[in-house]
Design a protein around this ligand. Sequence first.
Ligand code: NAD
Ligand code: UDP
Ligand code: UDP
Length: 315
Amino acid sequence: MHGRKRVLVTGGAGFLGSHLCESLLAEGHEVLCVDNYYTGKKDNILHLLKDPHFELLRHDVTFPLYVEVDEIFSLACPASPVHYQHDPVQTTKTSVHGSINMLGLAKRIGAKILLASTSEVYGDPRCHPQTEAYWGNVNPIGPRACYDEGKRCAETLFFDYRRQHGLNIRVARIFNTYGPRMAADDGRVVSSFIVQALQGKPLTIYGDGSQTRSFCHVDDMVTGLRRFMDQEDDFPGPMNLGNPVESSILEIAETVLRLTHSRSDIEYRPLPENDPVRRCPDIGLARQKLNWEPSVNLEQGLQATIDYFKRTLEL
Ligand code: NAD
Ligand code: UDP
Ligand code: UDP
């Protein structure tokens, strides 16, 4: 096929990665999915195994990897607080050593490489909504630091490989993304509330629920990531990708209860340390450079996610 590319997706058996692999295969590209199944699972990509253009490799990106591809999407990293705080040293290693290895690979073979960075680089932001120019407010020694500082260092490495070795990089700052194939036990707010509501258990709100997040459906995110990778000019980012519609956590709980017709109670728990108070992306840059903005509204997206959990949990 004309224009078929060989694309490496690290973290390809995870939530976002599996949707990205699917989208790349649907357009006829060859996909090499690399994952160590730390938080991802084979079930997420089982349906892709029959595609002859899909290849799966169990590998930990903190170790060197020698393959030949045209593009690299670097997604490998646990993403939910419960998962990334389980083994914080490994989390930092994955972002730092993993990025060095993937950048070394990209350098050797001349591949374009995209980093799945995060809105967590802004920490508990003093600027609202967050633009790419904001340097962030991150506690370097707190429980979230292994993830936040790991990604900040990964961004540093990407920009230094560009300056020092002329690599063609893309740094995407992904804001909270949700949808089918989130792990039921990842402790993230959308998956937790849906599973709790479906099981008739209380919805656990941390703090008073007034803290905000902005939730982007995974299909919109995959479109944004692919458009960023494909853009012709050599613009490295960083670029915010997310949905600019902000909701409080209490609103999310109420919407989930309504959409699931659940009679679960709400239970208030202490707010975790360093939990950001507000988060909302300014996506002006993505609109301008990629002509991208999310199109799935929160209720549609939550409904699709509820349907997924109903199927997989057999509720
Ligand atoms: P996920 O946990 O579902 O996926 C991460 C994948 O990486 C998993 O399959 C896991 O097994 C794999 N992995 C972890 N460490 C690895 C290692 N050392 N070697 C190889 N594979 C490894 O999480 P996700 O939500 O799909 O996140 C994907 C990427 O997007 C992550 O880099 C995350 O930081 C970033 N991101 C996600 C969100 C979000 O809201 N989902 C927000 C910001 C950034
Ligand atoms: N690397 C890799 N695959 C490659 C090339 C390099 O995994 O195809 C790893 C290698 O382990 C190295 C790292 O990437 O440690 C950084 O490579 P680079 O060439 O930048 O630095 P150096 O090899 O000089 O340490
Ligand atoms: N949260 C909550 N109950 C839960 C899980 C999360 O109230 O069961 C809150 C959490 O404290 C945070 C927000 O929801 O304020 C988003 O949490 P998540 O872990 O999904 O994402 P992140 O904090 O990394 O943005």
